[in-house]
Design a protein around this ligand. Structure first.
Ligand code: F6P
Length: 371
């Protein structure tokens, strides 16, 4: 039986386990007489193929163990996984093509030793850039889009986004009661890296008063004027949602720590606290910052993510069945489809400010249908 390897890379999020479950189920029973595949789970993303010993292939239902990176997956084992958050395969931000430490030859050797016919990588742009490079080197790969940032090009949805939007909505609802009781302004910092989708969609769902995104630099004076105006109108509190990658006009992004990860990314975080202090200073209103941080990636997947994960997992198997590798499963214009991996690498999908964002009110656009 041909073998398919599956791994999850980059930041975890709810929905990953559902995609794995449905990939395994579809491989075992592809329907209409199609030939089934065996599935090998790879632990900790690309790191597993760098560090793992293919001779140590674990059976289903066993732990990977300290040194184990590969195990067979069966539908009996993955049956309850779709309700679980995180990733049962573990994850890492390992980049085997890091020019400072290129381990791509090890990865390719291990893929051959495992006898993998194809690899399915569930990840964001970083993880899928490795899949794209392996595809160029002749390894059949398929990508499944996942990231709460929803910043992948070539797809309008990535697994985890909607659950993270739900978390933001719930947490802001929670903040409202205490904000109102104390007449405080709250600045809520969301994730999203250099894309504002999470802040904008989360902020709109939560009914935030002001939403600040990386795609449009904010003016502190204008934010303060908006907050002060609302207070003068008799509203006791304001919720300001800010994306971690947003920056003040003329300023720069705020970093949580210096240094870069294996893919060369900065570690963003802390802009919420900076803005809270500016608002307190500029308006005289008591202002607090809350960083939602990894809570946005935690917990069980929402209904939408369960469905998308299921369908993306099945699509990945369908692509392999059709010999359409070197592609990422995608959701475009309300339909499941696929795009070449090479076309999505090195690009980011950002908020279209003109179409989606009101730069005067710092919130979602109020003209949705053409006037
Ligand atoms: O890309 C997903 C993401 O959650 C970003 O929104 C965030 O900046 C980053 O990962 C955080 O990474 P880590 O889990 O390594 O702190």
């Amino acid at each position: 039986m041909k073998k398919i390897g599956i791994l999850t890379g980059g930041g975890d999020c709810p929905g990953l386990n559902g995609a794995i479950k449905w990939l395994v189920k579809t491989c075992e029973d592809p329907g209409t007489g199609a030939v089934p595949f065996e599935v090998i789970g790879i632990r900790d993303g690309w790191k597993g193929l760098v560090k793992g010993d293919p001779d140590r292939l674990q059976p289903p239902f066993s732990d990977f163990g300290e040194e184990g990176y590969f195990k067979r997956l069966t539908s009996a084992e993955v049956r309850p996984w779709d309700r679980q958050g995180g990733t049962r395969l573990g994850t890492s931000r390992t980049n085997p093509f890091n020019p400072k430490n290129d381990r791509s030859d090890v990865v390719i050797r291990n893929i051959e030793r495992l006898g993998l016919y194809a690899i399915v990588a569930i990840g964001g742009e970083d993880t899928l850039s490795v899949a794209a490079k392996l595809s160029e080197r002749g390894i059949p790969t398929v990508g499944i889009p996942k990231t709460i940032d929803r910043d992948l090009a070539g797809t309008e949805y990535s697994i985890g986004f909607e659950t993270a939007v739900n978390v933001i909505t719930e947490e802001v609802d929670r903040l409202r009661t205490t904000a109102g009781s104390h007449s405080r302004t709250f600045v809520v910092e969301t994730m999203g890296r250099h894309a504002g989708h999470l802040a904008l969609q989360g902020g709109m769902s939560a009914g935030a008063y002001v939403i600040l995104i990386p795609e449009h630099d904010y003016d502190v004076g204008e934010v303060n004027a908006l907050v002060a105006r609302r207070r003068q109108a008799g509203v006791r509190y304001s919720i300001v949602v800010i994306a971690e990658g947003a920056k003040a006009r003329g300023g720069s992004v705020v970093q949580r720590t210096s240094g870069l990860d294996d893919f060369g990314h900065v570690n963003l975080g802390g802009v919420g606290e900076v803005l809270a202090q500016e608002i307190a200073k500029g308006t005289g209103l008591e202002t607090r910052a809350v960083v939602l941080s990894h809570l946005q990636r935690g917990g069980t997947p929402c209904a939408y993510d369960r469905r998308m994960a299921r369908n993306f997992g099945i699509c990945a198997v369908n692509l392999i069945q059709n010999g359409q590798t070197g592609r990422m499963v995608s959701f475009l214009d309300g339909k499941y489809t696929s795009v070449p991996l090479s076309e999505i690498i090195g690009k980011l999908s950002l908020v279209d400010v003109e179409r989606e964002y009101d730069t005067r009110l710092y919130n979602g656009k109020r003209t949705i249908l053409p006037l």
